[in-house]
Ligand binder design. Sequence first.
Ligand SMILES: *Cc1c(COP(=O)(O)O)cnc(C)c1O
Length: 469
Amino acid sequence: MQYRSTRGRAPVLEFEDVLLTGLARDGGLYVPHEWPLIPQDEIEALVGEPYVEAAIRVMAPFVTPSLSRDELGDLVEAAYGAFDHAAVVPLSQLDGGDWLLELYHGPTLAFKDVALQLLGRLFDHVLAKRGEKITIVGATSGDTGSAAIEACRDKDTIEIFMLHPKGRVSEVQRRQMTTVLSSNVHNIAVEGSFDDCQAMVKEMFNDHAFRDALKLSAVNSINWARVMAQIVYYFTAAVALGGPQRKVAFAVPTGNFGDVYAGYAAARMGLPIAQLVVATNINDILDRALKAGEYARGEVAATISPSMDIQVSSNFERLLFDLYDHRGDRVCALMDEFSAHGRLHIGAAELDKARGLFDSERVSEAETLATIASVYAKTGKLIDPHTAVGIAAGHACRRYSSVPLVTLATAHPAKFPDAVEQAARVRPALPQKLSDLLEREERYEVLPNDLAAVKDHISRKLGVQVSAS
Ligand SMILES: *Cc1c(COP(=O)(O)O)cnc(C)c1O
């Protein structure tokens, strides 16, 4: 498979280079040159297959010829062997036609493990083959940091530095990062905000001398391989509920538009999907875009579903590319408009096209809490606030009562115990594997909110001398 940039001005690449490159040189995102179609009889043949088999079938067209089927198979098997549930991503029933797809059985209890457990192994495999090493630098407000650290720990080809704002992530989230004592994992608590951390990471990538000397790389959600790994569970959930003969609808709690875009990709590959519900919290840029056709940046507000507190959804550009018939020049013009004015206007025809599959809803904090409470009262099941946003939005815009509705459960309730307890009056317990998390030894450096100090720390750790630029 070859990949091109959504802005049409970057080199065409094979999978291996797309994996290592992340963002395209023209500022766009890489997308596959065409959507590989999986014939209906082959989708049917996935019924009853283990998750690993389905993953190989769905992802093989995207990685050929960079990886052989056997290479992919070994990596997939190792990645999903790290999950706690035999089904990897089990479905559970809430009510007649209402289902939860539990994506939180990985090492850090959030759906990001599904993609990152594979991504870490893909990086390691490709780098070892090339005899290269990289340094991953990232900033996190919680979930991404721990999932990335778990994915990269103990890999000889990777050093990972993760910046978090000191005292501003929950204790569980901090400890999930800082209790990983592997020698290639470096946690930095910055005396500043998440935005300060993110700005420093951006500056490091913009300092080309520093970037090249340290071979900086990123594992953020615009990496195509993350989207690719998420396509798989739309297939496995749909066939478990009667697909491809029967259509299935999905409700997806959304921040960066990565997870729900993977559902769109599954539909383009031939999976019969009746409806994709884009579920946002009060940070509702995507709901406004799909309802009014105006994609406009807003102020970020802190919520009880913090992993969706985003007002610019990077992966939305990938959908625009399809809506505008793969016209890189049109996408470029739209994104230029967005960076200049903080807003872009989606054409009427393009918006209609999107609405064929997508619906959207914004869910308030009160509705989120009420949903956690009512699901607990009706089913005895505790859900996390992100999942609750998905359920509430799914119910608000369900189109067909006879079609099964699957809500993606993106985090384990014990990751957000305060909100869950506030709503359901029950405090969710950490699963067995993390039950001693609060007693484990931690290791992290505290650094001032100062770019030079952080860069100096990282280069000294790596033993690399960087001339000032
Ligand atoms: C990251 C995250 C989301 C949002 O996923 P996107 O792919 O950014 O839309 C939702 N829920 C949880 C728990 C997350 O960690």
